[in-house]
Design a binder for this molecule. Sequence first.
Ligand code: AMP
Length: 411
Amino acid sequence: MTIGIIGAMDDEVNLYLQELKNKQPANHAEFQFFSGQLNNKEVIIVKSGAGKVNAAACTQILIDKFKISQAIFTGVAGALNPELEIGDIVISKDSIQHDVDSTALGFEKGQILFSNLKIFKAEEKLADLAYKISTKLGLKTIKGRILTGDQFITDKEKSKSLFKEFQGECVDMESAALAHVCTLNKIPHLIIRSISDKADHSATIDFKEFCKKAAKNSFTIVKELVKNIVQEEKTQDLEYIKSKIRTIPNFPKQGIMFRDITTLFKDKEGLQKVIEVFYNRYKYKKIDVVAGIESRGFIIGGALAEKLGCGFVPIRKKGKLPAETISQTYDLEYGTDTVEIHKDSIKPESKVLLIDDLIATGGTALASTQLIEKLGGKIIEIGFIIDLPDLKGKEKITKWPVFTMVEFKGE
Ligand code: AMP
């Protein structure tokens, strides 16, 4: 899930570029795109240039070449609503191309010829979120309609008539074109505009200085927005993962609530999400080897190792590994057991990620860490899908960082 961020101003794009991690440039048409991570989210930053065609071309490239899942467009606009002042923010509820006129053929003003397209709706959730963030920053913010046309509006009468005819809060030369392309491709979008003039030439401002300030405001809003999107996506993914885990009471013994992840793994999206969550967490950790604990740790560990581009080492129950092993005995939630690892599986000093499906009492994981450390491996983290917090397993392995996705309380 990548967010396309189109900034209209150089100042703004520069702010993104300063904060973008693992920045990669790419040129398509006349545009320069930068991919990377902002607040841990994959984003593409680009400056579209002015006008509807530029905005449309740039948006289509973002969709086709960079596979964006949503688009955010920021820039400056002229106020149509007399209550808006320079520096105020307009968050798009929707947008219309005010210069589209096929009324001679019986279509409404703004309606795209031979179609029902006229009002391009922005993603409501994103708009609500951006509105909240912007007002929290102390910026006067309006959520409303943005008008777009390939005309720079400076005439007072024209401004008045646009406001009256379309109920647009502000006017620019790109927004509705981006919204149009996003609508055609079923990609959610949002537009954030800072008011730079009253669209009637009444205000005199230091435009360069203003742009710097506006760019900073938009950047702060978008950065915060991205952070919130990441948080929300994470919550949704984890809720999804948890919903796909089946509980089997009294298996394999009376009183045990067995958390069955086969229902999660047989679900394409569930399996993808689990691997994705782990992958995003470890992709920059330079892991040398993933060690997976028998048997469900093999499924996740194997897929994850392949994605991370590293090797996989199995930690198995006693007597299963064919070559020379070392072993460790431990207490389980239901009985005792012994785990083994091949003596030649982990090189000293290599960075090891230990993976299993579930932590209960923590006995299996602790025994596995002992095996890895005996071989000289450095444990970077221990990752599980499920935590059973009431069994306090995490307290047993405090020596290393532990990551769990979901928890089941009470048993
Ligand atoms: P423990 O050593 O107590 O942390 O147990 C963890 C190991 O036992 C993991 O490999 C789990 O797959 C398995 N396990 C323990 N308790 C459960 C449970 N309630 N449901 C599913 N698997 C469990």
